[in-house]
Design a protein around this ligand. Structure first.
Ligand code: 5GP
Ligand code: ZN
Length: 112
């Protein structure tokens, strides 16, 4: 989608990657909520987790990739959080599916 910021990033038209393969891209969040804040996105435009439907297995591959990136970034032992916000109450602000990898400090629960 032309007017989607994460499509532009995932297509390599904006910013740089931490990881890229045929299906997924990962890059640093522009407004990090912790020492490590990476976003893992599909290259294909999927508006959010409610729209993955028959592509649901992509969520597993996104999570597995985030776990690998966490290990590469040295936060596997201390721990991390994976988050997919959905819709207004979930706090989703970008309408292109993305998984947050957050780490490098303790995170509270429940979220605000
Ligand atoms: P959401 O609130 O939808 O779960 O998360 C969207 C995330 O995308 C936010 O953490 C926000 O900081 C990040 N973000 C928004 N625009 C950009 C951008 O242009 N580049 C990058 N790297 N991150 C962005
Ligand atoms: Zn998109």
């Amino acid at each position: 989608m032309d007017d989607c910021i994460f499509c532009k990033i995932a297509q390599g038209r904006l910013g740089s990657f931490i990881f890229e393969d045929d299906e997924l891209a990962a890059f640093k969040d522009i407004n990090p909520a912790g020492p490590v804040h990476v976003l893992v996105v599909p290259k294909k435009h999927i508006p959010g987790i409610r729209e993955v439907k028959e592509d649901a297995s992509i969520i597993g591959r996104m999570a597995a990739r985030a776990v690998e990136i966490a290990a590469e970034m040295g936060i596997s032992d201390t721990g991390f959080r994976l988050v997919v916000n959905s819709g207004p109450d979930g706090g989703q602000s970008v309408q292109h599916l993305h998984m947050h990898l957050l780490g490098g400090r303790p995170f509270g629960w429940p979220p605000g």
